[in-house]
Design a protein around this ligand. Sequence first.
Ligand code: C2E
Ligand code: SIN
Ligand code: SIN
Ligand code: FE
Ligand code: FE
Length: 388
Amino acid sequence: MEQCSTALEKLVKIGIALSSVRDLNKLLDIIVTQARELANCDAGSLYIKDGDSLKFVVSQNDTLARKLGASQQAEPFKPFNIPISNKSLSGYVANNGVIVNIPDAYDIPESAEYHFDKSFDQRSGYRTRSMIQLPMKDNEGGIIGVLQLINAMDSVGQVIPFSSDDEEMLLSMASQAAVAIKNARLNDDIREAHLDTIFRLGIAAEYRDKETGNHIRRMSHYSTIIAEQMGMPAERVEVIRLSSPMHDIGKVGIPDGILLKPGRLTPEERVIMESHTTIGAGILKDSNIPLLQLSQKIALSHHEKWDGTGYPDRVKGGDIPIEGRIVALADVFDALSNKRVYKEAMSIQETMGIIKDGSGSHFDPAVVGAFEKGMDRVMEIYEQYKEL
Ligand code: C2E
Ligand code: SIN
Ligand code: SIN
Ligand code: FE
Ligand code: FE
């Protein structure tokens, strides 16, 4: 009786733990670790259904890890796909949604449709004995993947078969895991769609400028490098990375005749051009999403100057949001070091001359200092996303 409640408690704890992990890769790893703990076994792997094949995504093996030792580098684990067919054990489990529990993998009855693939053991010198494979069914009964555990052990480390208690516990854990995977994937999809949309919005703003996405990528990287060099916490750096691409979104509201003019702007045209800051802020205003709130601040403040002579609000020094000060430098560095419709590219030396001259007048000196500290990485990005 006591045993039962401990098992149930363990399962509940695992369920709670799994549902809190948002990162899919981390989640897959935790599932295998928890399952191995639950069944006290030496090794475990996870296959995820991927179209009509199974993708082998996680592999843990205590014995082999010990054998390799700390000094030696393990062969890097590469995911691979196997077709879902009844011939392989995992394929059989995925196809039929049943548990296969075998006391010795080398002693599968002739009558069985599936067979055990010894190639892994042959390569690694490992001896797979008891093995259990379980279907991971989500809340709608769909099979998400297969959980495979190898070599259950008794209290003195002898390999024993997986018990029917193991089967029961692992099966309910496998479905909890399947639901957690489904949710994490949904999160991943939404996050990806979100980020993709943000980058595309940024590119839309530059599109008529004949800019490629490279300008947006460089800007985002330069801003990230500066924020890191200033010692900002990682999450804050990430938000800057993702919100900086929209700094010029307001350029969608600037007429072609001005935005694409090959020469210098007249004072009247200049006034219209400068409104890209307030237009951008207007597009991004009133969002509940913190990322877009920061994008709005950046769109509004990225042409303010440290000495208060910028636009649109002539804000000065520390009153300019730090993210606006960071993007201002990244933006000018990129504008100078690349060709624009209205100007040729300058060399890095010339560009840095102008940036340093502007320290304390145009730019926050602390931001210039951070940029200079990160110059090696800046140059990597410059080379990587160079306009050809
Ligand atoms: P942008 O081309 O990305 O330039 C961003 C900022 O880089 C400029 O903000 C300016 O601070 C700096 N910058 C760019 N080129 C030079 C340069 O040759 N020398 C120096 N010292 N700084 C430079 P700014 O001036 O507020 O311009 C904002 C945007 O307005 C520019 O973005 C560009 O799209 C447009 N723009 C500015 N001047 C002209 C121009 O003469 N002709 C045209 N067609 N567009 C212009
Ligand atoms: C399989 O037979 O499908 C997999 C067996 C293994 O991973 O060793
Ligand atoms: C461009 O002028 O092509 C891009 C300008 C910017 O992002 O500041
Ligand atoms: Fe701008
Ligand atoms: Fe810009």
